[in-house]
Ligand binder design. Sequence first.
Ligand SMILES: Cc1ncc(COP(=O)(O)O)c(C=O)c1O
Length: 394
Amino acid sequence: MACLGTNYTISNYLTNIKMAYSNIPSPCYVLEENLLISNLELLASVRQRAGIEIICALKGFSFYHEFPLVKQYLDGATASSLNEARLAFEEMNVKSHVYSPAYLESEFTELKNYASHISFNSLRQYETFASRAMQLHISCGIRINPEYAEVETEMYNPCIAGSRLGIRRADLGTILPAGIEGFHSHTLCENDSYVLSRTLAVIDEKFGEFLPQLKWLNLGGGHLITREGYDVDHLVKTLQDFKAKYPNLTIILEPGSAVGWQTGFLKSTVLDIVESAGITVAIVDCSFAAHMPDTLEMPYKPRIRYANSEPEIGKPTYRFGGMTCLAGDFYGDYSFDKALQIGDEIIFEDMIHYTMVKTTTFNGVNLPSIGKIDQAGNFVLYKSFGYESYKDRL
Ligand SMILES: Cc1ncc(COP(=O)(O)O)c(C=O)c1O
């Protein structure tokens, strides 16, 4: 437990939390509010020490029941679609910084109502839409592509050759179109402050001549500030140095992962245990493909509470299989101290960011419920899903 709200004692919390676990349905994403607060406190301290703005990226963290809390610590939200911008407006009561690879004519009029800043992905998009945004005093910018990223997975690297994301220096010309007030650059993914520092050097080298004319520089997401071991002091110093060079710029970071990082879990239950060619497979009531897609896309092996992710000879060891019929919907192997039984609870750790925003009802599998353990240790159920959620998408 990282921190407790001031009104709660540890013994109260521990009593409540025991009860909380017995109330959680299965499967269910469960956010732990005290862990979220601890992330938000850290982000707020960076924001204050570095003199920058930090906004929450809805694409990674859209747990809107907590938006009022997020708003107490951060400067608002960043949205990548009309729906996200509207959600931030309705639930966080803020106008978003918006960026999308392309805007829809049919949505732009409404989108403007929910935006304080809009970044455009191409000069053509800027010419098409910016004047309408400026009439509403929305600050307009463009996304640049510095062609420098230290991201190993191509799927998450916005600087791959032929990337559609952002304008390369060679395509920008020597004079910025009138009205551009900011640059947006997103090239990090779960990176540290040293990658940011090297990235800033490239931005400065390639785009530095424009920076004195601008009001803001949005350095996107991918800053995993809340990961253990992140060098926060180095980040603060890096940002302070950059600000000293360009005092005209408001620097903005828009992390998603760092907000929701290790703030909760996905509870599931063992439905069956089958033997297959010497491998023991526990089938759970959730799915890697449908409910934890990054585990297969990124890919990474999720942690399971009380299990060793490195299989140990001599201990009960299982592969976990999801509920869909996709052959690859599994992860293994994990060792436990005791053999699993049907009905046992399986807790997949760190399943709040980039999970519920990406779920599918593939195979007609239900979406996990959504709830939280509040600051006092009580479980609060927000939603459960059924047939209508499945049918609505078809
Ligand atoms: C433009 C932009 N901003 C912010 C983010 C959030 O990044 P992260 O959740 O890794 O911090 C992303 C993620 O893809 C992004 O594309």
